[in-house]
Design a protein around this ligand. Structure first.
Ligand code: NAD
Length: 293
């Protein structure tokens, strides 16, 4: 296939490289003029759109996605596949689908989980929102870039699933950090507490796979000075998307709201540029009076 790839950042560059490695002809565009092995670099978004069988976007947010779509959708080849893998708000995602449908294009939202490591290794998880027809067409491309592909429903359903999952992740990481910080103050050894929680009803991904305590559990960013991994500000972005989505549908998400506030404070004070699991340091250093303010 001839594929245009717009947004060659931390995630987009390795994803585009994997498509090229699999034998596709890939044309990449990024405002930052990035060059990617196997990918033909072009100077305009239009050159990554006109005549392409598929156009993939991997952009920072919904505002940028909207402005890029306004530019490229009218240039799409009739019947071409427009695949957005960015994490964006529900309204932007739905409006991207609508624009594409009105122009006679097949559209898919497929945000990812798995981070840069997954993008490089081609082991991402894709959460897909699209018609059945578009899903059938996009599946072979997603199989190259990822190892798990879940068709969550119609347009926007991929973003919805991503937002729900990451809201839960933010909440569970704070809970995990609280439990370890409390355990320490109660005089517990972190290794023993890990042994208990990881095999009991407290077990979850944040404890078992991504333990925030250095030297405990499988290797994680905590063992590397909390270098991301998954940066605290990206977690905050996703938590804000969850609150924005919850407002739109009048859903009650008290823990999601609290997690958003806690990550807001953390990013503002000390968390910027650190992995989101560094929340443990903030909680361990604060007292009951401080954390309740
Ligand atoms: P990034 O900032 O590294 O990359 C975004 C790229 O888009 C940059 O290279 C930037 O120059 C480019 N860009 C910005 N405006 C543009 C425009 N108008 N036209 C063309 N290119 C433009 O971000 P990333 O880490 O690659 O993340 C991309 C998306 O994936 C985000 O929505 C993010 O939330 C999501 N995501 C990231 C991770 C992660 O671990 N990094 C994990 C899951 C999902």
């Amino acid at each position: 296939m001839k594929i245009g790839f717009i947004g060659l950042g931390n995630m987009g560059a390795p994803m585009a490289a994997n498509l090229a490695k699999a034998g596709h002809e890939v044309f990449g565009y990024d405002t930052a003029e990035v060059s990617v092995e196997g990918v033909t670099q072009v100077c305009e978004a239009s050159q990554a759109t006109i005549d392409m069988d598929a156009v993939i976007t991997m952009l920072p947010d919904g505002r940028i996605l909207k402005s890029v779509y306004e530019q490229i959708v009218p240039l799409g080849k009739p019947g071409a596949l427009f695949l957005d893998c960015s994490t964006v708000d529900m309204l932007s995602s739905k409006s991207a689908h609508q624009q594409a449908a009105e122009a006679g294009l097949l559209s898919v939202d497929a945000p990812v989980s798995g981070g840069m490591g997954g993008a490089i290794a081609g082991t991402l998880t894709f959460m897909v929102g699209s018609s059945a027809e578009a899903f059938e067409q996009v599946k072979p491309l997603l199989d190259i870039m990822g190892k798990r592909v879940v068709h969550c429903g119609e347009g926007g359903a991929g973003q919805a699933a991503k937002i729900c999952n990451n809201m839960l992740l933010g909440i569970s990481m704070i809970g995990t950090c609280e439990a370890f910080a409390l355990g320490e103050k109660l005089g517990l050894d972190a290794e023993r507490l890990f042994e208990v929680m990881s095999t009991s009803s407290g077990s979850c991904w944040s404890v078992n796979t991504y333990c925030p305590v250095p030297g405990v559990g499988p290797s994680s960013p905590a063992d590397n000075g909390y270098k991301p991994g998954f940066a605290a500000e990206l977690m905050l972005k996703d938590l804000r998307l969850s609150q924005n989505a919850a407002e739109q549908v009048d859903a009650s998400t008290p823990m999601g709201l609290n997690a958003t506030r806690i990550y807001e404070k953390f990013v503002e004070r000390e968390g910027l540029g650190k992995d989101f699991s560094a929340m443990l340091l903030a909680l361990a250093a604060s007292t009951r009076g401080q954390s309740n303010d």
